[in-house]
Design a protein around this ligand. Structure first.
Ligand code: NIG
Ligand code: FE
Length: 400
C-alpha cells in the first residue's frame, strides 16, 4: 500500500463519465487536507485526512504537506518517435522562414524522415525512451505517440515497436507526408496500405492522417482512414491546422476518435464538432511554437464540444513535452479555466485513447497514477508559467 498523506488538496475530474463536454468540463472535485491511498497499481481511496481509516500491513507513506495531487496527466497527441532534431530550421524560422515554405522545400517533416530512417531501431528505441523520461518529469504518466517519420515499411514498424517498448500508446501516422521515393500521394498510399498497414495494425491502436494542403487531401485521407478502420484501428486526424480541407466533416462521418489541431476551424466546424462524438484535440504549444493563431478552444467548449489538450511534442512544430505549460497556454491564450484544462488533459485525453475507465481520475478503481504539485493550490498547474510545478510522480503505485 502507498499512502500519500496530509496533502493540501487532491483534485479529480468529477463523476465517472467520459468525455466531459460543455459546462461539465469545469467539473472537478477538490478535497482539502486530503489523502490518496493506493493498493498495488490501483487507487483504493481518496478522502479527507480526518476520515482516513486505520491501516494495517505494509504501508509506504509519502508526506504530502504543502503539496497538491492531481491525476497523472495523459498526453494523447505526440510524435515522440523521431531521430535528429530541427534546431537549424528553428533558427531559420526565427529569421523569418515559414513552416510551410520549409516543408515545400523538402525540409520540415522530410528532414526528420531522413534522420529517423538513419537512426535504426536501436536509435529509435533510445530516442523514444529519452522523450518518455522528459514527459514523465512534467507529469505525463500515459502518452500516445505516432509513427510518421519513417514512411517506409521497416522504419514505420520500428517506430511503432519503439513506442510500445517505452510504454506508449502507438498510433500509425502512415499518411504524414509523401516520401521522396514516390511521385505522388496516391502511389505512396497504394504502397502504405498494401505493405505497411497489415503489420502496423497488429502494433498500433489507431491510425492518423495529416489532411492539409501539401500533405493529403480529403479523398486520400478518406481512402487511408477507411482501410485503417477495416483493419481494426481507431481513427484520428490532423485537421484544420493551416486551412480547412474538410477534416471535421470527414472525422464525423467516419466516427473518428478525434480531430486534432483546429487552428483554422471556423463557426461551422465548431458547431459540427459540438454536435458530434468526435473529440476536439487542441495543441496550443504547436500554435505558439509556429507563431500561429490559437485554436478556438473557448468557443468549442461553449458550444458543447468534448475538448482534449495535448502537447503535439515533435521536433518541428512543437518541441515541447510539458502538459503543465499547455495548461498555462490554455488559460492565458485560449481562456480555458484551470479546471477545464485539467479535465482536457486527463479524462478527455484518456477518452481519446480509449482508456477513460482506468486513467485520468483520482478515484477508487483507477490506476494509481498521481502527480504531486509543489503548491498548496492545484491551479498552480496552469498558473506557474513554465515553472517547476511537478515535484513527484507516481505511476502504477510506484513513486518515481
Ligand atoms: O502535428 N502537422 C503535421 N505534423 C506535426 C508536425 C510534424 C513536424 O513538423 O515534424 C504536427 O504539427
Ligand atoms: Fe501532430
Amino acid at each position: 500500500m502507498l499512502l500519500i498523506r496530509d496533502l493540501a488538496q487532491a483534485v479529480s475530474p468529477a463523476g465517472r463519465a467520459a468525455p466531459l463536454r460543455g459546462a461539465a468540463l469545469a467539473d472537478v472535485d477538490v478535497i482539502e487536507d486530503a489523502y490518496v491511498l493506493c493498493s498495488g497499481e490501483t487507487i483504493e481511496a481518496v478522502g479527507r485526512m480526518r476520515d482516513l481509516p486505520a491501516l494495517d500491513g505494509d504501508v509506504v507513506e509519502v508526506d504530502g504537506r504543502g503539496l497538491s495531487a492531481v491525476p497523472g496527466l495523459v498526453d494523447c497527441h505526440t510524435h515522440a518517435a523521431f531521430g535528429g532534431d530541427r534546431v537549424e530550421e528553428f533558427a531559420l524560422r526565427a529569421a523569418g522562414a515559414s513552416y510551410e515554405e520549409l516543408h515545400a522545400r523538402g525540409g520540415g517533416i522530410l528532414s526528420t524522415v531522413r534522420a529517423t530512417r538513419a537512426a535504426g531501431e536501436d536509435g529509435l528505441r533510445a530516442a523514444v525512451e529519452r522523450h518518455r523520461g522528459w514527459m514523465l518529469r512534467h507529469g505525463t504518466t500515459t502518452f500516445e505517440a505516432k509513427s510518421g517519420y519513417g514512411l517506409d515499411r521497416d522504419t514505420e514498424l520500428a517506430s511503432l515497436r519503439a513506442i510500445r517498448a517505452a510504454g506508449g500508446v502507438p498510433t500509425w501516422l502512415g499518411a504524414h507526408a509523401v516520401p521522396p521515393e514516390f511521385d505522388d500521394a496516391d502511389a505512396y498510399l497504394d504502397f502504405a496500405l498494401a505493405e505497411v498497414l497489415p503489420e502496423a495494425a497488429t502494433i498500433a491502436e489507431a491510425a492518423d492522417v495529416f489532411l492539409e494542403r501539401g500533405a493529403f487531401d480529403a479523398a486520400q485521407a478518406r481512402r487511408y482512414l477507411e482501410a485503417c478502420r477495416d483493419a481494426g484501428l481507431a481513427l484520428r486526424l490532423h485537421g484544420d491546422q493551416f486551412t480547412e480541407q474538410g477534416a471535421v466533416p470527414l472525422a464525423i462521418e467516419l466516427d473518428a476518435r478525434s480531430v486534432d489541431h483546429l487552428e483554422a476551424t471556423g463557426e461551422d466546424g465548431i458547431r459540427a464538432l459540438a454536435a458530434s462524438d468526435v473529440t476536439a484535440v487542441v495543441l496550443p504549444a504547436s500554435a505558439l511554437f509556429l507563431g500561429r493563431p490559437m485554436p478556438p478552444a473557448r468557443a468549442l467548449v461553449d458550444a458543447g464540444a468534448a475538448v482534449a489538450l495535448a502537447t503535439d511534442f515533435n521536433p518541428g512544430s512543437a518541441f515541447c513535452e510539458s502538459l503543465p505549460l499547455c495548461c498555462s497556454l490554455a488559460a492565458t491564450q485560449m481562456k480555458l479555466a484551470p479546471a477545464e484544462a485539467l479535465v482536457a488533459c486527463t479524462v478527455n485525453a484518456a477518452h481519446v485513447l480509449g482508456r477513460a475507465d482506468r486513467i485520468g481520475r483520482l478515484a477508487p478503481g483507477y490506476r494509481a497514477d498521481v502527480v504531486l504539485l509543489d503548491a498548496t493550490d492545484w491551479r498552480y498547474l496552469a498558473y506557474h508559467l513554465g515553472g517547476d510545478v511537478v515535484t513527484r510522480v507516481v505511476t502504477g503505485g510506484e513513486v518515481r
